[in-house]
Design a binder for this molecule. Structure first.
Ligand SMILES: Nc1ncnc2c1ncn2[C@@H]1O[C@H](COP(=O)(O)OP(=O)(O)O)[C@@H](O)[C@H]1O
Ligand SMILES: N[C@@H](CCOP(=O)(O)O)C(=O)O
Length: 318
């Protein structure tokens, strides 16, 4: 469960008075997610998500994320913009944390995506990339290739407590990856974390793309590589579903031109995406307090993806 900060009824009531959203009916902490505190808030007028920004989200980056959401919403993408208060302000503070009131979107996230759902999700990313062609604000990827080795070193030899020999294994993989990282693919604003839990669906239809709080300016095809790793494997990372992987890339390419050089770089980009999520999960595994109300995610599930892409990546995206 991810509720890092408890919001009192008094603080929430006072907060909502700034908005024209009706009277508070109820507020419940949301179990899903690991980065921020989220509450489902019902008022006499509507339903909202209250997000308090916690671990890796800097308040300084919120204007970028909210501008991105507005840009996509203006172009008809199913994303949830922040709700402005009576003075037009969207960024607030509650219980000492930066916070936004976000539009609620219907739908559920799938746990075991089927190929038609993966196709729809890939298509949604293609449409999103198309809509972001003229989005000009920039944000450095704080979890990009330049940050992987420093984060790895911060985890240090403690990594071997997760699995013996892990430090050496990842050290070698990082060396290989950074030496082969493609230098000059097209860059753009990307989501950077479009996992199944960040896509809301009803049946095979996409109803929401959420959680843009890792969005950044990065190699555009890296976004598709992140998505491939997140969608086309089971939760353990041990089983790859080729039909899902293929449907995802086809859905994307049907909506946004995937350049030949981007397609041929997908194996190494997918290795990079696997190491990025391995590293944040490993860090969280080693540093989450025992009493935190959050379910830690297994880093080894991303080590298995990393090894899979290193062995078989070249055959996957042809
Ligand atoms: N705009 C929204 N509409 C509906 N549900 C949402 C919305 N934003 C978040 N949620 C729900 O809250 C959960 C956690 O949100 P998320 O942004 O993924 O949190 P975190 O940033 O902590 O990972 C999601 O899995 C979803 O169930
Ligand atoms: N998707 C990441 C963790 C980030 O959590 P999210 O709930 O914000 O997507 C992972 O699985 O490691």
């Amino acid at each position: 469960m991810a509720v890092y900060t408890q919001v009192s009824a008094e603080a929430l009531g006072g907060f909502l008075e700034r908005f024209d959203v009706g009277e508070l009916i109820s507020a419940k902490g949301i179990a899903e997610g690991v980065e921020n505190s989220n509450y489902l808030v019902d008022t006499t007028k509507s339903r909202f998500i209250l997000t308090l920004y916690e671990k890796r989200v800097s308040a300084d980056d919120l204007p970028f994320f909210l501008a991105l959401l507005d840009h996509l919403a203006d172009r008809g993408l199913p994303v949830p913009p922040a709700v402005p208060d009576r003075d037009g302000r969207t960024i607030h503070e509650i219980e000492g944390r930066p916070a936004c009131l976000i539009q609620f979107l219907s739908g559920v996230s799938v746990t075991h995506p089927r190929p038609p759902q993966a196709r729809a999700a890939g298509a949604a990313m293609g449409k999103m990339h198309d809509a972001l062609r003229d989005f000009t604000p920039e944000r450095r990827n704080s979890l990009g290739p330049d940050d992987w080795r420093p984060l790895f070193e911060r985890c240090g030899r403690d990594m071997d407590a997760i699995q013996p020999g892990l430090y050496e294994h990842v050290d070698k993989a990082l060396d290989k990856l950074l030496a082969n990282w493609p230098p000059d693919l097209p860059r753009a604003a990307i989501h950077a974390d479009l996992f199944p839990d960040n896509v809301l669906m009803l049946g095979d239809r996409i109803t929401g793309l959420i959680d843009f709080y890792f969005a950044c300016t990065e190699v555009r095809a890296y976004d598709l590589a992140v998505m491939h790793g997140a969608w086309a494997f089971d939760a353990t990372g041990a089983h790859y579903d080729a039909m899902v992987g293929q449907a995802l890339v086809e859905g994307y390419a049907a909506n946004f031109a995937l350049l030949p050089e981007e397609r041929s770089a997908l194996p190494i980009l997918a290795e990079g995406a696997a190491i990025r999520f391995f590293l944040t999960r490993a860090w969280d595994w080693l540093n989450t307090p025992a009493d935190a109300l959050v379910t830690r995610k297994d880093p080894l599930a991303y080590l298995r993806r990393l090894d899979f892409y290193a062995e078989r990546g070249d055959a996957l995206f042809a």
